[in-house]
Ligand binder design. Structure first.
Ligand code: GLY
Ligand code: MN
Ligand code: MN
Length: 336
């Protein structure tokens, strides 16, 4: 397929006609240029052109599902810089305790700007009960000694590929028993999810595997009434899991979201696809359906996984995942 430098696009569009197709919503100037080309079209024709634009977006998203070698390398650069950014945050935790979640966000942002273009999405730096708010991006709360800190952050490369990684860590360096219990269940769910990522497996398999482990744990703890199959059929676990288990990753953090369902959500995994596996459990501070000791605890573990010919590679394996590994990682890095 012939391509050209993106800086020549506006000029090329000026010499186009009403049938020129464009992916909308990325550049207001280009959108306006194409609207100008269609200014004389009647309503019916305009609706047809809008549909052609929509079809182009979907087709491009379909093509972006499988990453080539260069794209995988860009994503690995993004992930590696992100791993270093998480290390920076751990070293800065004492200053975060003296200030707020802002210090966590700012510390990661420095790494993103120095090694990449930017962060790929608004950093979530959520300490204590703030971790139970799904997209906590205010990042203005306190970071307390006994809290879990949930950090969801990704460096975006200068080529605009982004990582999307979450770690949940005890600010003190050590999980309490109840924090560890929640963490270990999320970890088991993530292990099951990652194991279900393989070429030829349905895209939804990793989600289903993770959700089953979470549902089993919630039934075992007495928070949900079994049997587990009924819980899953009705989606009862979602009160505490809040979100899906992952999504495609690439130039957009939720990459290829508009691609056709039959090749994405209802399709099979192929080598070269990159996705996140990110189960979580969130117990709201005012949720009277759970024992008091669980209220205000939010845990998510999110890794970026490449589908390979043989199975999978966890691209973010440079960060610890199990509770013991997280504690060892903190012990090494937390200033004494
Ligand atoms: N950081 C957004 C997400 O995990 O999907
Ligand atoms: Mn994600
Ligand atoms: Mn994330």
């Amino acid at each position: 397929m012939a391509t050209a430098d993106v800086t020549t696009l506006a000029d090329a569009l000026r010499s186009g006609d009403a049938t020129t197709r464009i992916v909308r919503g990325h550049d207001a100037e280009l959108d306006a240029l194409v609207d100008g080309l269609r200014a004389d079209a009647d309503e019916e024709a305009r609706a047809k052109y809008a549909q052609l634009d929509e079809d182009l977006s979907v087709t491009l998203a379909d093509h972006r599902l499988v990453k080539d070698e260069w794209e995988v390398a860009q994503l690995q650069l993004a992930v590696d810089a992100t791993v270093r950014g998480f290390g920076d945050v751990v070293k800065a935790l004492p200053q975060a305790k003296d200030t707020s979640e802002r210090f966590v966000e700012g510390t990661f942002f420095l790494r993103a700007r120095v090694e990449g273009n930017d962060v790929g999405y608004g950093t979530i730096a959520a300490s204590g009960a703030n971790a139970t708010t799904l997209h906590w991006t205010r990042n203005d709360g306190p970071v307390r000694e006994g809290d879990l800190l949930l950090l969801d952050a990704g460096v975006e490369t200068t080529t605009l590929y982004t990582a999307d990684v979450t770690r949940t860590m005890p600010v003190s360096g050590t999980f309490t028993d109840v924090q560890r219990r929640v963490y270990d269940l999320v970890y088991a769910a993530q292990e099951a999810g990652i194991a279900a990522v393989a070429p030829g497996r349905p895209f939804v398999a990793f989600h289903e595997a993770s959700q089953r482990v979470l549902a089993e744990g919630l039934v075992e703890w007495g928070l949900l009434e079994g049997p587990v199959d009924r819980v899953l059929e009705l989606g009862l676990q979602r009160r505490y899991t809040l979100h899906g288990t992952g999504h495609m990753l690439g130039m957009d953090v939720h990459d290829c979201a508009v691609s056709r369902q039959e090749v994405h959500l209802y399709g099979d995994l192929k080598p070269g696809m990159v996705l996140t596996v990110e189960p979580g459990l969130y117990f709201q501070p005012d949720d009277l359906t759970v024992p008091e000791e669980l209220r205000g605890i939010g845990v998510r573990i999110e890794d970026d996984v490449l589908v390979t010919e043989e199975g999978r590679t966890v691209m973010s394996a440079g960060l610890p995942r199990s509770s013991d590994e997280v504690e060892a990682w903190l012990a090494e890095r937390l200033p004494r």
